[in-house]
Design a protein around this ligand. Structure first.
Ligand code: ZN
Length: 682
């Protein structure tokens, strides 16, 4: 591993943060914390922390010795000084004299000694940083170091690699006891450059930011070099089916599998994040995967994101999805039963009884296909997948030089159910459409992008489909959704788009079939080509989308919502608008047919009947022409409804959101037109 330290870059940090009133120590602490946090081989999602002992001025103008230590909720890769809360150092150090300290007292004492009461909670490893004498301290969960320590003889291997350069601390849960032990180990060998925490990670120390950082890089490089020596072949491959089923077919089955059936309350769904590649396949396809993948996580704090064990499934054979689904269901039942048993085994030991977390897996291993991160949203799923990928690397290297072993299950349980670890997950109330995946067609247009925005605000993961990929990309700009090119009149293009959605998120729950365009002409005189063109888009476009969506929804088995953008033309036809109104009437019947045919699958079909919206369908030129033809001003025309109010794209979007949430409504039409009695349904 290369050191990324740069004198000139370091000075730039010092200058930049001086302007914000931060001292040199803090600026350099930010600099090397980011260097460490930017490399997933060192730090992943909240694992690892850093500190510096420096001074800060209090309100009275006195210089106070402080520990600036990583705060909870900050990512080391993009940390700012605000992510390194300042805690009065002397009181922290005096805690070392105590024999015992509860977690609650520790957290309270740390908060009570913050210089700024608005700071985030200091790291759970704050006392370890405080009790050690060194100015700069770096802590990572380095993949290479874990591959060495996560062995039955991990201490011996590390001793051979590091000799007396490092101190060796047996596994102790983070908190007061570990902080005291680490300080005692260091005091016994004051010249060590750092500490190896057995089956947990590594600390390095330095008088300068550069020294602590480069000692970390050196130590990790030594571990990497050791891992290249005497490697045995890992892993022997198991026999695989000749043809593996497609990812886009397997993913919805898995997404349905891990959705929790809440009965009358519907489903508690998950989003998936698939990863594959030669190393992952080598790992999941191994004949012995049931052993090494079910040993436990590589460092205890991973289990708050991934649980201790992944769900291991058989390889899905092409054309064998029904059998795969059946064995996957059995595997999940066993997984859940095992998780409950694990909870029952360890909960009685706890000082205060815990409430069991949901027993569903956060990582799924599928031989032949790779691994899946599972989470409430794409971010949580990707964190689980990142950690799972890192686990593949750590265990592969550990097995190449020995046998992988992690801390015992009771230590894992203590971390998984430790309130200070659970606090890292920062649970807030979920938004109404969290855990849902929604695809919107015609997403690049005025109404389409309003729909995309409305669903994103409600917490759904959004997929923008549009003929024009640039317009689709624009629609999800800043909201982190997926943009795909899709021609709704081409069934192959539609199927490909839904396959891509399944590959990205695992499936889809809500589809807003919004794409459309207006053609006009007197019906007895209009060219057949015009009529057929309009039917292709305004009828078959909806049919192609609904058919493909239903295919995915049925594979998930968790219901779904089909939402169509209808038109007042379907209810209240206007003169010369036959080419537009006829396929729209058929689309309205299409909605009802889907409601009838798929109600038993809990798939709902509903429509929004919108009128006089400034959008792609009714642009400014058309509005000007129509209002002129009626002898009305533009404002009077647009507001020419019972409410005398202009209807906006956002109003239409809100109606789609309403129908998506209306779990007991199907075959309904919601009118959004400000009131037009001629288009009222009867
Ligand atoms: Zn740690």
């Amino acid at each position: 591993m290369e050191s990324l330290w740069s004198d000139s870059e370091a000075e730039r940090f010092v200058e930049r943060y001086a302007q914000q009133g931060e001292n040199r120590d803090t600026a350099l602490r930010v600099y090397t914390t980011r260097l460490l946090g930017g490399d997933p081989r060192l730090v992943l999602h909240g694992g690892g922390n850093t500190s510096v002992k420096t001074t800060a001025q209090d309100l009275l103008g006195d210089d106070v010795p402080v520990l600036r230590v990583k705060g909870s909720g900050w990512d080391m890769g993009d940390i700012e000084p605000a992510g390194l809360p300042a805690v009065r150092l002397e009181p922290l150090r005096r805690l070392q004299a105590l024999d015992a300290l509860t977690d609650e007292d520790m957290v309270n004492f740390q908060r009570g000694n913050l210089l700024d009461s608005a700071s985030p909670n200091p790291s759970v490893e704050t006392l370890l940083h405080a009790f050690l004498p060194h100015k700069f301290i770096d802590h990572t969960h380095s993949t290479a170091v874990l591959s060495l320590t996560d062995q039955p003889d991990g201490d011996d291997i590390c001793l051979q690699v590091y000799g007396d350069r490092m101190g060796y601390v047996p596994y102790i849960m983070p908190g007061f006891d570990l902080a005291k032990s680490a300080a005692e180990f260091q005091a016994a060998s004051p010249d060590v450059e750092g500490l190896i925490l057995h089956k947990h990670g590594i600390f390095t120390f330095g008088e300068t930011a550069q020294e602590a950082y480069e000692r970390m890089i050196d130590a990790v490089t030594l571990a990497e070099t050791r891992l290249q020596k005497g490697r045995k072949q890992v892993f022997v491959a198991a026999r695989m089916p000749e043809q593996i089923a497609k990812l886009s077919e397997v993913a919805p089955v898995l997404r349905g599998l891990v959705a929790d059936d809440l009965g009358a309350d519907g489903w508690r769904r998950m989003v998936l994040d698939h990863r594959t590649g030669p190393e992952i396949l080598n790992y999941v396809n191994g004949a012995d995967v049931a052993r090494y993948s079910q040993t436990g996580v590589v460092t205890p704090d991973h289990n708050i994101r991934t649980k201790n064990y992944p769900l291991l499934l058989p390889a899905p054979e092409q054309d064998g999805l029904a059998a795969f689904r059946e064995s996957a269901e059995i595997a999940l039942e066993t997984y859940i039963a095992d998780y409950r048993a694990y909870f029952e085994r360890h909960n009685p030991r706890q000082k205060s009884p815990k409430t069991m977390l949901d027993p569903f897996p956060r990582v799924i291993l599928v031989p032949g296909l790779g691994l899946f991160g599972v989470g409430a949203d794409p971010k949580a799923a990707s964190i689980a997948a990142d950690i799972a990928e890192n686990t593949v690397q750590t265990i592969t290297d550990a097995e190449a030089i020995g046998v992988y072993e992690c801390v015992p299950e009771d230590d894992m349980f203590d971390i998984e159910y430790w309130s200070l670890e659970q606090a890292k997950l920062g649970k807030g109330a979920e938004k109404p459409l969290a855990r849902r995946v929604v695809a919107v067609t015609g997403a690049g247009g005025g109404i389409g992008s309003a729909i995309v925005q409305a669903f994103a605000r409600e917490g759904a993961s959004v997929v923008a489909l549009d003929l024009d990929i640039a317009a689709a990309t624009q629609a999800v700009d800043g909201i982190g959704g997926l943009a795909l090119a899709c021609d709704v009149t081409d069934p192959a293009s539609v199927d490909a788009a839904f396959d891509a959605v399944c590959e990205r998120y695992g499936g889809v729950d809500i589809v807003v079939s919004n794409a459309g365009a207006a053609w006009s002409g007197k019906i007895g005189e209009v060219d057949d080509d015009v009529l057929r063109q309009s039917f292709e888009l305004n009828f078959y476009g909806h049919q192609n989308i609904a058919r493909s969506a239903v295919r995915v929804m049925k594979a998930q088995g968790t219901g779904g919502a089909l939402l169509f953008n209808a038109s007042k033309q379907a209810v209240n036809p206007g003169p010369d608008f036959g080419p537009y109104g006829l396929p729209k009437s058929a689309a309205l019947s299409l909605m009802r047919q889907y409601a009838i045919d798929y109600g038993a699958d809990d798939i709902r079909a509903n429509a929004v009947n919108a009128d006089r919206i400034r959008s792609g369908l009714l642009d400014d030129t058309m509005i000007a022409a129509r209002s002129a033809a009626r002898g009305l001003s533009e404002v009077d025309y647009m507001g020419g409804n019972l409410l005398h109010r202009e209807v906006r794209a956002a109003d239409v979007a809100d109606a789609f959101v309403f129908l998506a949430k209306a779990e007991r409504t199907t075959a309904a039409i919601v009118t959004v037109d400000g009131g037009n009695i001629a288009a009222a349904l009867r």
